[in-house]
Ligand binder design. Structure first.
Ligand code: AKB
Length: 314
């Protein structure tokens, strides 16, 4: 039987593409998109949509009951750069929305939860290259602290209350169809737009800042794959490391130059440099590959080709 899905934060960078994909797989009527406002996006017009405040337990519970929801994808969050500007609200939103959904599962009102974590759970004392699944985790950002605490709560709710919650530590995500949402890795999306519009880009990170990244197609596939996996394959109930590629601003600029030869990049690092410096440069995702068969498809070359193709069409 098809799951009945509620996506909270459906109008965001990941939520938008996830909604379209889940509707294609499970049927439009089985995927209820929701967000804090009714935005003028495809997500709102292409199927059922509800306005919901992720901080309001009663609103979420009401939607779950009315639509007989089985699975919730909780995509509402404040990302790293935005969270530094509003720490109290970031903590409130990132933690309490998670508690609401975990408590609905604990009360057996829903069956399964997807909750995104991030490479931001790692910090300056974490080994930088090939960061292992289990390692030192001392995040230095508000966002990272909230994601690390969230991971602990997911594991706790699984062990103590038997809640089926599944999670991935997303790297920076790159998409042509949806804008990024206030993160430190956002430059890797902006750079493609500016390359096509102006043949130049001023980067807010320094030239050799290497970070783990992933094309949105791969991220959506991973999200659906972990949710579809048999429960016994999910051995990690905090969050799985997930990787596809790692690159620096210099490397992405070099790749873009292959398609737009006069493209120029300059560097003007801002407060986001410190955040980027505290994160891993590359990730070891062996557990995700072994436990539920994760395999990425896009590398820097194929992603750049696909991004430029779609943005040119747009
Ligand atoms: C951010 O930069 O904050 C996000 C993330 C890595 O979670 N893209």
């Amino acid at each position: 039987m098809n799951p009945k899905i509620l996506i909270i934060g459906a109008c965001g960078q990941i939520g938008t593409e996830l909604t379209h994909k889940l509707r294609a797989i499970y049927g439009t009527e089985n995927v209820i998109a929701s967000d804090i406002r009714k935005m003028n996006t495809d997500v709102v017009h292409s199927g059922p949509f509800e306005v919901v405040n992720a901080l309001d337990f009663n609103q979420i519970e009401h939607l779950v009951e009315v639509h007989q929801i089985t699975d919730v994808y909780l995509m509402a969050a404040l990302l790293s750069a935005t969270a530094e500007k509003n720490p109290a609200f970031a903590w409130d939103l990132n933690m309490n929305s998670l508690f609401h959904v975990l408590n609905l599962a604990k009360a057996k009102k829903i069956k399964k939860i997807f909750w995104p974590s991030s490479i931001a759970v790692f910090g300056p004392t974490t080994p930088k290259e090939n960061t292992p699944q289990y390692t030192i985790m001392e995040p230095s950002t508000v966002y990272g602290i909230s994601k690390q605490a969230g991971e602990r709560w997911c594991e706790y709710y699984h062990h103590i209350f038997g809640v089926d919650v599944r999670s991935i530590r997303y790297p920076g995500l790159i998409s042509w169809s949806t804008p990024p949402g206030g993160g430190t890795t956002d430059y890797a999306v902006d750079i493609y737009h500016k390359a096509l519009e102006q043949s130049k880009y001023e980067c807010f990170l320094s030239a050799e800042t290497k970070m783990p990244m992933m094309y949105m197609d791969d991220a959506i596939r991973a999200t659906i794959q972990i949710m579809q996996a048999d429960a016994e394959k999910i051995k990690i109930h905090s969050s799985y490391n997930l990787a596809a590629m790692s690159f620096t601003p210099t490397q992405i600029a070099t790749e873009i130059k292959k398609h737009i030869p006069d493209f120029e990049i300059t560097y003007q690092p801002d407060f986001r440099q410190q955040i980027a410096d505290s994160w891993p440069a590359s990730i070891d995702d062996t557990s995700a590959r072994e436990d539920w068969g994760w395999k990425h498809e896009f590398d820097l070359g194929s992603m750049t080709q696909d991004m430029l193709l779609h943005l040119r069409e747009q």
